[in-house]
Design a protein around this ligand. Structure first.
Ligand SMILES: [Zn+2]
Length: 826
């Protein structure tokens, strides 16, 4: 869902329904009764008889995951208000809505229908099934196994609920069903300017035309049809909707259009949804729509040809609207390449005009504002946002309304992403990915009252307004994850999440996003999620400084403070752009990860420890300009100035091998600023140990220091200097490596060889990788970590190799690689 604030006033006018217009709760009548005469459908209404419903094995496994988490969701405030403690222990399998809708009825808005619900009970002795259904809707009758239940089996004692006592106790886990006949005036539910739930409105002016649409997220489904409305994580596996309207109307719905039959008296439209669907995603809209394109476009998604079409008011069926809507085809293929195939590719995608001042995603068909969206520049962002929701919301749906950010933040993030991967989309509107992200960052920094995780889910308004926390702020938090992980791992995480059988066409909690980000990156993101998702505010850095010595740049971040947060520190990536005198070719951005005030170099999710807050980099150019977060990637502010503070830092650091020892030399401007230098050594360049200390006072007044390592490591050794300040702060030098590999010589016999070769040599006993290459340089045998025996010999079979010349390579970590030619004969 995406709301356009500029349209709220208009929305008030459009959607306001006068109660004075509602004169009666009696139904209008037209045509024949649809419900019981439709044999095609009636044949399916015997309990257990419907075997055509799609219930995938993945879905069955998914329910186990979801149901184990239901206890957490039960804390939902809205559920405490509206959901009974019993009667909901069932799993919805299928909904069929058969509705009569007449936007022109003289009694205001009115709906009449029959809803058939297939379910499996989940516990023993379960005989009272509860469905959410507005008190204002009256139930004519309820059928069970084709028989009308006695009045005593139906209770409306609890507001907005229909409790049905089944005449028998179904065996737990078996498929059962009821059909509820109902009619009435759907109530106005709390929401956006009376425009939530089932809404009747008007469009056009000459003549004014009535139309009806639904807007059910999050809690309004119950206002217009009986269903499991308030528990978002029990999706039906499939859904059918058949709507009868007077002539002259066209009906929008989810899934495939099975038929649209026009008789002498009515239009009957059948929509078939065969992907799982949450109750709030079930939509309909009835208006004098025209279809654009008249013959549906075809978009190819992963080799599948899929129809794309839109339902427009006649007055919005303009060339400008066509320009705007045609762009959605590029959006579909762009998101498919980023997130995996469009999740409903066996059905369709499209948009229909409705009265909400923004857009609302539903499985396969998004409602879009009648204003703004259909101009040539278009509100491309709303079209993009609702389309992105097909992945983030419709296919993988938030598992509780607390977790709404897994829908909205990703849809918001997807807007800027679209401009990055399909920049032509924003061209007309003058938007770039950077400008869009910059505006999101600005919006977020000025809003500080709430976290992105929603704690108060009592109403639509506590969840969705103010919107900046679940939209812009969440989108920026996702951008920070991208910055931290690097594109390869980040987009892999998104694809893994979307294709996870436990989530796809199911539901996800915040922890599921975290799990996939951690799996793809290997990082522990517990602190990051705790701080950013569950807490409010953002960070600022005190004045940041930089300096350079020729092409070596030194960057010193200032101390982080938090803004409007209960936290004292945010772990976060920071992005530092470094440019030289010719920015076109001298331009790089360094990412650091601030963890508790200690900074790490970040290279595509690989963290390398550096100093407390200083980084030293060797560039290919002389730096002239340093900019903090030039690309609006992180939720913090800082300003860099070229300062003198760092003029005393390390200027040079070199290491040289001399016989069996290593000489380390470093120079600084003035040793008086420091207390000591600790020399650290590593065998792998990652894990360092301290091997000695040089006191700054040992060399007072001098600028160059020397340390000798008499125990040089075999192979390659890595060194760095930890520079200690008097106040306890410290920085690290860059790392230098010293090559201490030795030359070993080997003999290989026999040569020529037939069945085997014997490698023997001067090396101390140990292991070596043996690689054999043919005369063309192709590796034909690879034997890692072979162990030499007590006489320093190693026997290798070569029987399988053909006659010819070969090269045997012996690789040890402590030695230069050794290669010898052999001949094989048979
Ligand atoms: Zn949205």
């Amino acid at each position: 869902m995406k709301k356009h604030y500029s349209l709220i006033v208009l929305l008030l006018l459009l959607c306001k329904i006068s109660n004075a217009q509602i004169k009666s709760s009696n139904g209008f009548t037209f045509g024949n009764e649809l419900f019981l005469n439709d044999q095609i459908l009636a044949n399916q209404d015997n309990a257990g008889g419907e075997q055509k419903i799609l219930i995938s094995p993945e879905k069955a496994a998914h329910y186990k995951v979801i149901e184990s988490k239901m206890a957490a969701a039960a804390n939902n405030v809205q559920q405490a208000m509206l959901v009974p403690s019993t009667g909901l222990d069932y799993d919805v399998k299928y909904y069929r809505l058969e509705l009569r809708i007449n936007p022109d009825t003289s009694i205001g808005k009115y709906i009449k229908g029959k809803v058939t619900i297939y379910f499996t009970t989940q516990s023993a002795n379960f005989s009272v099934v509860n469905f959410d259904m507005a008190t204002a809707l009256a139930s004519d009758s309820v059928y069970y196994h084709g028989v009308k239940l006695a009045a005593g089996n139906i209770s409306r004692a609890t507001a907005n609920l229909i409790a049905i006592t089944l005449p028998n106790i179904p065996t737990s886990g078996t498929l059962d069903s009821v059909s509820i006949f109902y009619k009435g005036v759907p109530p106005v539910t709390a929401g956006f300017s009376n425009g939530t739930g089932y809404v009747k409105s008007t469009h056009s002016t000459a003549p004014v035309r009535n139309y009806v649409y639904t807007l059910s997220e999050p809690y309004s489904s119950f206002s217009w049809w009986p269903c499991k409305s308030f528990i978002v994580n029990d999706k039906a596996d499939s859904m059918d909707m058949i709507v009868s309207t007077p002539l002259g109307f066209k009906t929008a719905g989810n899934g495939n259009l099975v038929y649209e039959i026009t008789s002498a008296t009515e239009v009957r439209t059948y929509w078939k949804e065969r992907y799982p669907i949450s109750a709030y995603q079930v939509c309909t809209a009835v208006a004098n729509y025209v279809q654009y394109p008249a013959v549906a476009d075809t978009v190819i998604i992963g080799g599948t040809k899929m129809p794309y079409y839109n339902y427009l008011f006649p007055e919005t069926n303009t060339a400008a609207a066509h320009t705007s809507l045609d762009r959605v085809k590029l959006m579909l293929t762009t998101y498919s390449s980023l997130y995996g195939d469009y999740p409903f590719k066996n059905e369709k995608y499209g948009n229909y005009t409705f009265g909400f001042g923004g857009g609302m995603e539903h499985n396969t068909f998004s409602g879009e504002s009648s204003s703004g969206v259909y101009t040539a520049a278009g509100n491309w962002d709303i079209l993009a946002h609702e389309l992105a929701h097909q992945w983030w919301g419709a296919s993988v749906t938030c598992a509780s309304w607390h977790d709404i950010w897994v829908n909205e933040s990703f849809a918001d993030f997807s807007e800027a992403l679209l401009l990055e991967f399909a920049p032509s989309i924003g061209t007309t509107a003058g938007n770039t990915a950077l400008s869009w992200r910059a505006s999101k960052k600005t919006n977020t920094l000025s809003a500080t009252a709430q976290a992105t995780y929603v704690t108060d889910t009592a109403t639509i308004l506590t969840i969705f307004t103010p919107s900046v926390y679940i939209y812009d702020r969440g989108g920026m938090i996702i951008t920070m994850m991208r910055t931290l992980l690097g594109d390869t791992k980040f987009f892999q995480a998104l694809k893994n999440y979307q294709s996870d059988p436990a989530l796809k066409q199911g539901n996800a909690f915040t922890a599921d996003v975290k799990r996939h980000m951690e799996l793809a990156s290997g990082l522990n993101l517990t602190t990051f999620f705790n701080q950013w998702i569950y807490n409010r505010g953002h960070a600022n850095y005190a004045a940041a400084k930089w300096n350079n010595s020729a092409k070596t740049v030194i960057i010193q971040m200032g101390t982080q403070t938090t803004v409007s947060s209960g936290l004292t520190h945010f772990d976060m990536p920071v992005a530092v752009r470094i440019q030289g005198a010719t920015p076109a070719t001298m331009d790089t951005t360094i990412i650091l990860y601030d963890q508790g005030g200690v900074f790490y170099y970040v290279n595509n999710g690989v963290l390398t420890p550096t100093s407390s807050n200083v980084g030293i980099y060797n560039l290919s150019f002389v730096p002239t300009t340093i900019t903090f977060d030039a690309f609006s990637q992180v939720l913090a502010t800082a300003t860099f100035t070229k300062g003198t503070v760092l003029a005393t830092d390390i200027l040079t650091f070199t290491g040289n091998k001399e016989g069996t020892k290593a000489n380390l030399n470093w120079t600084i401007n003035d040793a008086a600023d420091y207390t000591a230098f600790e020399v650290e050594r590593s065998a792998d360049g990652v894990s360092f140990e301290k091997i000695g200390t040089v006191k700054a006072s040992d060399n007072s007044g001098r600028y160059d220091f020397l340390f000798t390592d008499y125990h040089i490591l075999a192979g390659t050794g890595y060194y760095r200097i930890k520079v200690l300040y008097a106040d306890g702060a410290f920085i690290y030098s860059k790392t230098v490596s010293i090559n201490n590999k030795v030359d070993y010589y080997y003999t290989i016999t026999p040569n020529p060889a037939k069945d085997f070769i014997l490698i023997s040599g001067s090396a101390a006993k140990g292991t070596a990788d043996i690689n054999i290459y043919d005369a063309t340089g192709r590796m034909v045998k690879k034997l890692p970590k072979q162990t030499f025996d007590n006489s320093n010999s190693l026997k290798i079979a070569v029987k399988e190799l053909g006659v010819g010349n070969y090269f045997v390579e012996i690789v040890r970590p402590d030695a230069e690689a050794y290669t010898k030619q052999i001949v094989i004969i048979h």
